[in-house]
Every structure is written in C-alpha cells, then in structure tokens.
Write a protein that binds this ligand. Structure first.
Ligand code: MLT
Length: 279
C-alpha cells in the first residue's frame, strides 16, 4: 500500500529512510537524488511542476535530512545499494532518475550497475570524472578542519561556491534554506560523505553504453562541476541533450527554477508522457 505525502519513513535494509512521494498512482515515476550536504527538500520546486502529471519521489540519502546514517562507512556503492533497496521497498519497477551533483554520481553508478531499473536520466551539475589528487587533498583538509574546529567554517565556504555571485544579492531566501539544510547534516556525516566522494570511481568510460534518454543540465556559473565537464558527458553519451542554465551556478534547480523546470518538463513530457493533465 502506497503512503502519500512528505517526510514518510520507511525501513530500507535496516535503515530508516525519509522520503516524499506525491503525484498520481500509475504515472511514470521521477525519482530525485539530492546533492551534498543537502536533503530531499531541495527538489520542492520540481515537485510542484511535475506532481500533477507524474509520480515524484525524493528521499534523503543516508546521513542527510531525516534519514539515519547507520554504522557503515559511506561509499557511492553503499548509496547505490540504498537506492535499489529503497526502490524495492516502494515496489518501484523502472524509474526516471534525476540527480544533482552527488545525486548524479549515485545515479550514474546505479544505472551502470542496474540498467534494467532505469528508463531515463537527468544529470544536473554533476560529472562522470573521479576526484583529482588536488580535489582529494581539499576534501581531506575539509575533514580535518571539521573534526578540529567544527563544521561552521567549512559550510560557510561551501555556500560561497554553490551560488552564482548575483544570487547573493537576489536569492537570500534560497541561500537561507540551503544553509538550514546543511546545518542539519552532522559533522560525522559530513566527514563520512566527503571521504566517500573522494574515493568515488569515474563513470565516463561507461557512458557510451547508456541506452536511455539523458538530459544534462548545468548552471552557467557552476564552479564545482562546470559546463566543460557537462560537455564531456554530452560527448560520451548517445542519447543526450545538454542545456546550460543562465543565472545559476551549482544549484541550477534552485537558482533558476523557471528555466530548469521548463527543461525538465519538456524532457519528461517528450520521452515519458503521462495521461494525466498538467494544471
Ligand atoms: C554536491 O553538490 O553534491 C557536491 O558538490 C559534490 C562534490 O563535492 O563532488
């Protein structure tokens, strides 16, 4: 029996996972995976535009939002197991995956390992590359600073990198909501996830095997996963489209929801139309 609404708890392989599930029964399912160190509420604006036609689900990755962290060391592989376990618990057959940044890393690994479970892919502000030695060093320094001084300094620096310069003048509500999401992630989960991200494997070499429609979105001013790495994914995939979102950096769906949603809606309506009316 489906539970409908927000902040629903379910047990996935012994872990309490929190999720939102809205939209009509039987409609194509769009499953959203958030970035680091955020949570499922970052997709609220996308739920609003899709939920009359499509079933939309977003969950909190372990250690983020309201999901438990468990006791294991985090890894992208573990996050993929959680995703598949979550899909099984909700009895989701095949879904369209939409992941931002870390959510995209999880999505790419999931589709590589379980291609039969996914019919479409939206990659926002993400990449197929592994961390460079310099990036790994930065993550290690961040872990050390969080352990020694707490998370405040690290989170403040992260905010500066996430948003476009102009957004600091015009998007205070969005910035505050991202700060609020970040502040709920424990120092332990921040460090655990930073380590998982630093050792993740590249997925570029498998991109040409993906047989599903792919939409690649990236904020024009994204400094973390810039348009150049989005273009690399475009070049390596067969059924993909790239759209560069204006007036946005790393959080394209939050900084320019109008343009982001237009692209998202066009993509799902084109490849995964629903028989329910949009209003
Ligand atoms: C994210 O937004 O998920 C992170 O920026 C990913 C990363 O640091 O590689």
């Amino acid at each position: 029996m489906r539970s409908l609404g927000i902040n629903i708890n379910t047990n996935v392989n012994g872990l309490m996972v929190s999720y939102n599930d809205e939209g009509p029964d039987g409609a194509p399912v769009v499953l959203f995976i958030h970035g680091f160190p955020l949570n499922k509420s970052m997709w609220n604006a996308q739920f609003e535009v899709l939920k009359t036609t499509h079933r939309v689900i977003a969950y909190d990755v372990r250690g983020h939002g309201n999901s438990e962290a468990g006791t294991e060391d985090f890894s992208i592989e573990l996050f993929v197991e959680d995703l598949l376990g979550f899909m099984d618990t909700l009895q989701l057959g095949q879904v369209i995956l939409c992941g931002l940044s870390m959510g995209g890393y999880i999505a790419l690994n999931a589709i590589e390992k379980h291609p039969e479970r996914f019919i479409g892919l939206v990659l926002s502000d993400s990449q197929c590359l592994a961390d460079t030695p310099e990036a790994i060093e930065k993550r290690m320094a961040a872990i050390e600073s969080i352990r020694e001084e707490g998370a405040e300094v690290y989170l403040e620096q992260s905010i500066q990198n996430l948003f476009a310069e102009a957004s600091f003048e015009t998007k205070q509500i969005e910035i505050d909501s991202i700060k609020e999401m970040m502040s709920k992630t424990t120092a332990q989960s921040l460090c655990n996830t930073l380590h998982a991200l630093s050792v993740r494997k590249e997925t570029c070499s498998k991109l040409s095997e993906l047989a599903v429609p792919i939409l690649i979105l990236v904020g024009k001013e994204d400094k973390i996963t810039p348009p150049s790495v989005a273009r690399l994914m475009l070049d390596k995939t067969q059924h993909s489209t790239l759209v560069i979102i204006e007036h946005a950096a790393h959080l394209a769906n939050i900084e320019n929801p109008h343009e982001f949603n237009q692209q998202l809606v066009e993509f799902v309506d084109r490849y995964f139309p629903s028989d329910k009316p949009r209003y």
